[in-house]
Each structure stands twice: as structure tokens, then as C-alpha cells.
Ligand binder design. Structure first.
Ligand code: PBG
Length: 327
């Protein structure tokens, strides 16, 4: 019988040594909380497929933003849910549209205590639910959509947002948004590009959250889950067009992509743990099938380990509190 001389288990003996050699930590300041605000609500409303996440009223959003700051989260990503929608998504551009109003509210409440970000996309505002305006044949018209994104970016910047997140996957969107911001005197507003966004079924619960009635699918602009090299091309284009940060979305099923993007560029890389990823864990935990907190922290640690330095997650506030106790 021969015994091993090299014993990796020595570094796993107790919590103290495990903490000492831990390679990956998730800090509250790296987490971004997505938040939904719905026009006309007087009370926040639950979202059935996203337990624990709310459609906020303007008031409850302000309070949630303050709580997020107190928990130490790095940012808040705002999504607006309008009462009425039209073909062109004009509610996204209107300075009195719900998202622009919410940006003003949150910035007035938290100032620079956290980074206020906004989704820059038309899908919450269009009657057909697509991320852009439609051509007469029903296809999403890339260049007409770019013009709308430019206006939307300027409206969000005028409302005081610190970072815009173009998420519609139109070709050239980062460059157009960057130039529009600069031309309007908002050169200090940063662009977090949803550079890599797959046509994913994991976005399902989000569509409930924003009450989107999407007709068809997004496969002519979001990416095929089968492709990795295509993502590197998307990222290179966005960085060349002026993206300050790039994002990969969804996160957990695409950790190989996160890792490849991290290796390919030097700008900060974010990953979005999307609604379906969150909902799966919540559903399993509600059945007693997995330990909710442990799985939450394990997924966040894994996304961080793969190379995302910023993580958008619906657990941001809760995870930030847990992590503060832990380290
Ligand atoms: C587009 C947008 C979507 C999500 C974030 N931004 C929906 C989509 O592209 O279909 C999904 C986020 C999630 O599922 O949590 N405005």
C-alpha cells in the first residue's frame, strides 16, 4: 500500500484555509440589480414567473434604489413598462415616458452612490414587441431602428443616466449611440454594450415582467446559441464602435463565451444572469429540491470565475447582503 505525498485536501481542511486559498470572490460592488418600473402603478406588483422581483411604482422604485445602495450594489439597470405602446416605440424616446421619468427619479434619489443604468431598446415600448421598428414587409428595419436608438440614448442621458445599455442587437448600434451622445454634449455617459446576446428561451419570464406580447421571435437579430466565434466578432465590433464595457447574455449556459470574451478584450466584461436562470433556481428551491442561497452564490461565483467582472442578477441586493456578511 502506498500513500499519497501530495494531498490537495490539506487546503480544504477547514473554513479558514479554504478562505485563504479561494481564487474567486464576488464583491457586492460588482453586482447590478435590474429593476422594473411600471407606469401608473400606485403599489408594487409581483411578477408570477419571477418570484421576489417586483414591477415597481415610481415610489417603490425610489425606495428599492436606496435599499440597493445600502446593500452596496454596484449599479441598478432600469427597465420601463409603459401603459400604452405603439408601432414605433415612441414611449422610449418621450422625455415623459416611464423609463425616462424613472431615471430622473432614481438619479434624484441616489445621485452618484451607485451607477444608474438604463436598458436602451424598443421592445418594452413597441406594440409588436420587437426590439426595433418594422419595415413594410414585417422585418425589423436595422437602420431606421438606429435612428430611434440615437434619440432614446439622448433622452436617457438628458434624464441623468450614467450608463446606457443598448440591447437590441442592431448592427452599428454602439457607434450610433456613442455619436449621438457626444453630439448632444453627453460624452461622459458610458455605453455598456449588450455585445453578445443569444436568441434565448431563458428570457421567458422577463417578457412577463415587461408584459411584452412578442409576435414571432428575435432570431433575425439575436444570436444563434450554437455560435461562439460570432460572439467574438460582435464584441470586436462593439469595442471598435466605442463600447466602454461589453456584456454576455445569458450567463450560466454561456460561460465558455464569457471566458472567451474575457480573453479577447481588455474592457470590463459583464454577464447577465437572466430571468429564466433566476426562475429555474427559485422554482427548484421552492420545491425544496436545491438549497436556494447556496445555489445562488454558486452560480454567481461561477460566472465571476469564468471572467465576468460585473454581474447583472435579480439576486443582486440579497446576494450583496449575504456576501458582506461572509467576507
Ligand atoms: C431587451 C432585453 C431583454 C432582456 C434584457 N433586455 C429581452 C429580450 O431581448 O428578449 C432579458 C433579460 C432577462 O431575461 O432577464 N430590452
Amino acid at each position: 500500500m502506498s500513500y499519497p505525498e501530495i494531498r490537495p485536501r490539506r487546503l480544504r481542511r477547514n473554513a479558514a484555509v479554504r478562505r485563504l486559498v479561494s481564487e474567486t470572490r464576488v464583491a457586492p460592488g460588482e453586482l447590478v440589480a435590474p429593476m422594473f418600473v411600471k407606469e401608473g402603478l400606485t403599489e408594487p406588483r409581483a411578477i408570477a414567473s419571477l418570484p421576489g422581483v417586483l414591477q415597481h411604482s415610481r415610489d417603490s422604485l425610489r425606495k428599492a434604489a436606496v435599499e440597493a445602495v445600502q446593500a452596496g450594489v454596484g449599479g441598478i439597470m432600469l427597465f420601463g413598462v409603459p401603459v400604452s405602446r405603439d408601432e414605433r416605440g415612441s414611449g422610449g424616446i418621450d422625455p415623459n415616458g416611464i423609463l425616462n421619468v424613472a431615471i430622473r427619479d432614481v438619479v434624484a434619489e441616489v445621485g452618484d452612490a451607485t451607477v444608474v443604468m438604463s436598458d436602451l431598446c424598443l421592445d418594452e415600448f413597441t406594440s409588436h414587441g420587437h426590439c426595433g421598428v418594422l419595415a413594410p414587409d414585417g422585418a425589423v428595419d436595422n437602420d431606421a431602428t438606429l435612428a430611434a436608438y440615437a434619440e432614446m440614448a439622448v433622452a436617457q442621458a438628458a434624464a441623468g443616466v450614467g450608463v446606457v445599455g443598448p440591447s437590441g442587437m442592431m448592427d452599428g448600434q454602439v457607434g450610433v449611440v456613442r455619436r449621438a451622445l457626444d453630439a448632444a454634449g453627453h460624452s461622459d455617459v458610458a455605453v455598456l454594450a449588450y455585445a453578445v446576446k443569444y436568441a434565448s428561451a431563458f428570457f421567458g419570464p422577463f417578457r412577463d415582467a415587461v408584459e411584452s406580447a412578442l409576435e414571432g421571435d428575435r432570431r433575425t437579430y439575436q444570436q444563434d446559441p450554437a455560435n461562439l466565434r460570432e460572439s467574438l466578432r460582435e464584441v470586436a465590433l462593439d469595442v471598435a464602435e466605442g463600447a466602454d464595457m461589453v456584456m454576455v447574455k445569458p450567463a450560466l449556459p454561456y460561460l465558455d463565451v464569457v471566458s472567451a470574451v474575457r480573453a479577447a478584450v481588455d474592457v470590463p466584461v459583464a454577464a447577465y444572469q437572466v430571468s429564466g436562470e433566476y426562475a429555474m433556481v427559485e422554482a427548484a428551491a421552492a420545491n425544496g429540491w436545491v438549497d436556494r442561497e447556496q445555489v445562488m452564490l454558486e452560480t454567481l461565483t461561477s460566472i465571476r470565475r469564468a471572467g465576468a467582472q460585473i454581474i447583472l442578477t435579480y439576486w443582486a441586493v440579497e446576494a450583496a447582503r449575504l456576501l458582506r456578511e461572509r467576507y
